[in-house]
Design a protein around this ligand. Structure first.
Ligand SMILES: [Mg+2]
Length: 351
């Protein structure tokens, strides 16, 4: 090692070495050797000054003399470890050649290795290089892991958003057909276990094609949104699901709801539409938008399936259409139909 050879000037991106030593000569020698190896070097002469220097810029390695005035190397090492935790720069403790006690203590307080004094330059330079590389690799790994964590988090958020979007009917903002199918299947299974009623209400706007023809599709869309909103006001419980089933057809899944319950909800929807009174000049029955409503309720049990429930509600809806629209028809398992009359909200047995 030729300490008098011309010093190369390290770039601003070179690893930073902090030398902490009260011995001015060894401080100077270390600085020259390490600068020649391309490092940026900063040197201070006690532990307290080292703590201050670290606050300015955290070095990539610290060469720390064990015995110093004001604050010794062991104490400083402990302070740094507790202040910076896993981001603490690696510390090489400078110890006396035969001072095995200091070496042991250095490891105890968190130094990664030690270098004995007087310095063997090849050993020192090798340890500094190896330790800095390991530290930089470790930091890169930590950064990569942090980025991956961030990406995973973003992905999770995007997935949630996607899931929400995939569940919502784009026009009306209520649940879509996919959610309807999923929910009905799940509720069927759940209430079969609980041996409790599951209610289904199917709602179809009367003369909606005529509405579109008369008012145009934009007004038609507006009408669908208004109807969706009014249907939503007719259910209150968290497990109730209001979904857009098709073009002008809506469905309500009502867990723990028996016949009286579904008929009540069906009547309420009809009543609300009457009060909302969206003008419908092309309707053959009323000057406002009305709906035909089929309702059903059953305790899920084989051989029936959730599809049976949809079939029954569909049949009831078909019956309501056939009977003159703007009414609620209930379909029982035995085929009985209970009807909400055209003008008032009373219920009668049709067949
Ligand atoms: Mg000393």
């Amino acid at each position: 090692m030729n300490l008098t050879s011309e010093t190369t000037y390290p770039s601003e991106h070179a690893p930073l070495v902090l030398i902490v030593d009260d011995d001015a000569v060894s401080n100077l020698m270390l600085t020259q050797v390490l600068q020649q190896d391309g490092y940026r070097v900063l040197s201070v002469d006690n532990g307290q000054a080292a703590l201050t220097a670290c606050k300015q810029e955290l070095p990539d390695i610290i060469l720390m003399d064990a015995i110093m005035p004001i604050m010794n190397g062991f104490e400083c090492c402990q302070e740094l470890r507790s202040a910076y935790g896993i981001t603490c720069p690696p510390i090489l403790m400078i110890t006396g050649l035969n001072d095995s006690e200091s070496v042991e203590f250095a490891y105890d307080v968190g130094a990664v290795d030690y270098v004995p004094k007087p310095f063997q330059w090849a050993v020192l330079r090798g340890r500094v290089r190896w330790t800095i590389n390991a530290h930089i690799d470790h930091q890169k790994l930590q950064q990569t892991l942090a980025q991956e964590r961030l990406l995973r988090q973003e992905l999770r958020l995007l997935n949630q958003q996607l899931h929400r979007l995939a569940a919502i009917d784009g026009l009306t903002g209520i649940a879509n057909r996919r959610v309807f199918n999923e929910t009905l299947g799940n509720e069927w299974k759940r209430l079969r276990r609980e041996e409790a009623f599951l209610g289904l209400v199917m709602i179809d706007i009367d003369y909606f094609k005529a509405y579109n023809d008369h008012y145009g599709h934009l007004e038609g869309d507006k009408c669908l949104c208004q109807v969706a909103q009014i249907i939503q006001t007719c259910v209150r419980r968290p497990a109730d699901v209001v979904a857009r089933y098709g073009g002008e057809e809506f469905a309500l899944i009502l867990p723990h709801t028996d016949f009286e319950g579904v008929i009540h909800v069906g009547k309420m929807v009809r009543q609300q539409l009457q009060e909302l009174a969206i003008p419908h000049a092309a309707s053959e029955i009323k000057p406002w938008v009305t709906a035909s409503i089929g309702v059903v309720a059953t305790i899920p049990s084989p051989p029936n399936t959730s599809k049976s429930l949809i079939n029954w509600a569909d049949k009831a809806l078909y019956e309501a259409k056939n009977n003159g629209r703007n009414q609620v028809v209930a379909h029982t398992i035995d085929g009985f139909k209970l009807m909400d009359s055209l003008e008032d909200a009373t219920t009668s047995v049709a067949s």
